[in-house]
Design a protein around this ligand. Structure first.
Ligand code: BES
Ligand code: MN
Ligand code: ZN
Length: 511
């Protein structure tokens, strides 16, 4: 992994392989560029005049100036300075790091935090830049044979330059935060990018157990223990698979013993073929990502334990494949899971996520958490509604939903709320059981959440449908093709805010 440190000092005095300085729209420099301009005599202004570079957002030009101390001066276009945001800093850091990763510069000094971003401290900017570097440089290439020559040219270290020595202490803390948050996100990406023959329910259990440490206890139930606990909805979905299911419970005690935990529940479907209601062939391989909810939960636990947050957390992950073996559950079956007073008619075996989550949510609610957040690649309808730009947010907990919206704004791991009106519950009524597992063509994301709502009791609850955000086959600046780790930055930020009891509200951040 790339090394990140912080330093203060003049751009003209750095001897790194490359000094990256911002170029603002209209070819204007900030302090770093001005310092280089002075130190290089006329060299930099002259080159700039001849150059095509305009300071447009993300435009990169590398200059080799005899008169500069650093081997390369990299001009990084940042666009309109007044339109800068923390997200743009993340994107710029990721973009320039990826570009330089292809060249020969190994150790670089990066000047971005001297730019003004409304409402952001230097520490906020350092955190954003460090997150951008760590997220943008993520790769999942363990199954590809390496080109040793290219690897030897890759970036080794980035020094995030800060305006003044007085900023250094806060900047170091910001890098620690960024490392934990990006580390949790990249851990979630690693798990989800594994193919279905490697990332099985048993594998997820082992990965969860590997997180165990002081204050974090991990219990992995096998099939016998799952049956013993009465988690029969999970068992029903597992019937079609030759692989054993797992039910994973994580307990983190970073806060007072008597404090009720926040519960995090994640869908851990390691491959979803649809079951007897078989999915069509094209893109079915993407259904290895149907465990991204569980990966998000594990990524959050990794980040939270690394940060030693003074909070209590409960994690619950139901995990199985959804296949179509001869014992598979079938359309028309009626099952009763962990929650004994609700019978469920199966009308489509492909609506399996809500089935296994019903057991996990009811189990988690039994532990009397203060609030509950679930993560699930639950509905194709959510991909249609929101695309890749926002996770669907629904639920009964107004405070937790508002907190998540504020964190979404801060992290750019975005959410958009859909309503859970009482009337939608009509759609999941069954003629023969209490409820059925599909709600018809209309409002599919909402009726799936309605189904979940029957199992949360009176615990304040937020549901995140990450079907559109959890993976991306095009790739973005902050995430190459594949799993994105959606939800990790969002909820880790939410928990950090909660721990510091800073009640951020969307109203306050909008003002
Ligand atoms: N894992 C899928 C949802 C999904 C589909 C996520 C495509 C991302 C991309 C889920 O188990 C599922 O199959 N849902 C069905 C529900 C339907 C049968 C009511 C769906 O969305 O088609
Ligand atoms: Mn399905
Ligand atoms: Zn699924």
């Amino acid at each position: 992994m790339i090394e990140i440190s912080v330093r203060a000092g003049d751009a003209s005095k750095q001897r790194d392989d490359a000094v990256v300085v911002p170029l603002l729209a209209g070819r204007k420099f900030s302090a770093a560029g001005k310092s280089l301009q002075q130190a290089t005599g006329k060299a930099l202004p002259n080159v700039l005049r001849k150059f095509d570079t305009s300071g447009e957002f993300k435009q990169i030009s590398t200059l080799y100036l005899e008169s500069a101390l650093a081997q390369r001066v990299v001009l990084l276009g940042v666009g309109e300075p007044r339109k800068l945001t923390l997200q743009k800093l993340r994107v710029l850091a990721a973009h320039v790091a990826r570009e330089l990763n292809k060249g020969g510069a190994r150790d670089i000094a990066l000047y971005l935090t001297e730019l003004r971003v409304r409402g952001a401290s230097v520490a906020d900017k350092v955190q954003a830049v460090a997150e951008g570097l760590l997220l943008g440089l993520y790769k999942f290439d363990k199954y590809q044979h390496q080109d040793a020559e290219a690897a030897a040219r890759e970036l080794r270290s980035v020094t995030v330059m800060v305006p003044s020595r007085r900023d250094l202490a806060a900047a170091e803390d910001a890098v620690v935060r960024a490392r934990a948050i990006a580390g949790g996100t990249n851990f979630a990406r690693d798990l989800a990018n594994e193919p279905g023959n490697v990332c099985t329910p048993a594998f997820l259990g082992e990965q969860a157990a590997s997180l165990q440490r002081e204050h974090l206890q991990v219990t992995v139930m096998d099939k016998a223990a799952i049956a013993e606990a009465g988690l029969n909805a999970l068992l029903a979905v597992n019937q079609g698979s030759a692989k054993e299911p797992r039910f994973i419970v994580l307990r983190y005690q970073g806060g007072e013993a008597e404090q009720a935990p926040v519960a995090l529940v994640g869908k851990g479907l390691t491959f979803d073929a649809g079951g007897i209601s078989l999915k069509p062939g094209p893109q079915m391989e993407e259904m290895k990502y149907d465990m991204c909810g569980s990966a998000a939960v594990l990524g959050i636990f990794k980040a939270v334990t690394e940060l030693n947050l003074p909070i209590n957390l409960l994690g619950v992950i139901p995990s199985t494949e959804n296949l179509l073996g001869s014992a598979a559950y079938k359309p028309g079956d009626i099952i009763t899971g962990y929650k004994k007073d609700i019978s469920i008619e199966i009308q489509n075996t492909d609506a399996e996520g809500r089935i296994i989550l019903s057991d996990a949510l009811a189990y988690a609610a039994d532990q009397q958490p203060a609030e509950m957040i679930d993560f699930a690649t639950l509905t194709g309808a959510c991909v249609i509604a929101l695309g890749a730009q926002a996770s669907g947010l629904m639920g009964t907990g107004e405070a937790v939903k508002e907190g998540l919206k504020a964190s979404a704004e801060r992290t750019y791991d975005r959410v958009w709320e859909l309503p859970l009106f009482e009337e939608y519950q009509e759609q999941i009524k069954s003629d023969i059981a209490d409820i059925r597992n599909i709600g018809g063509r209309e409002a599919g994301t909402i009726t799936a959440a309605c189904f979940l709502s029957r199992f949360v009791g009176d615990v304040p609850w937020a549901h995140l449908d990450i079907a559109g955000t959890a993976w991306n086959m095009k790739g973005t600046d902050l995430s190459p093709k594949g799993a994105t780790g959606a939800g990790v930055r969002l909820v880790t930020d939410y928990l950090i805010q909660r721990a510091s009891k800073v009640k951020s509200s969307t109203a306050a951040s909008a003002a």
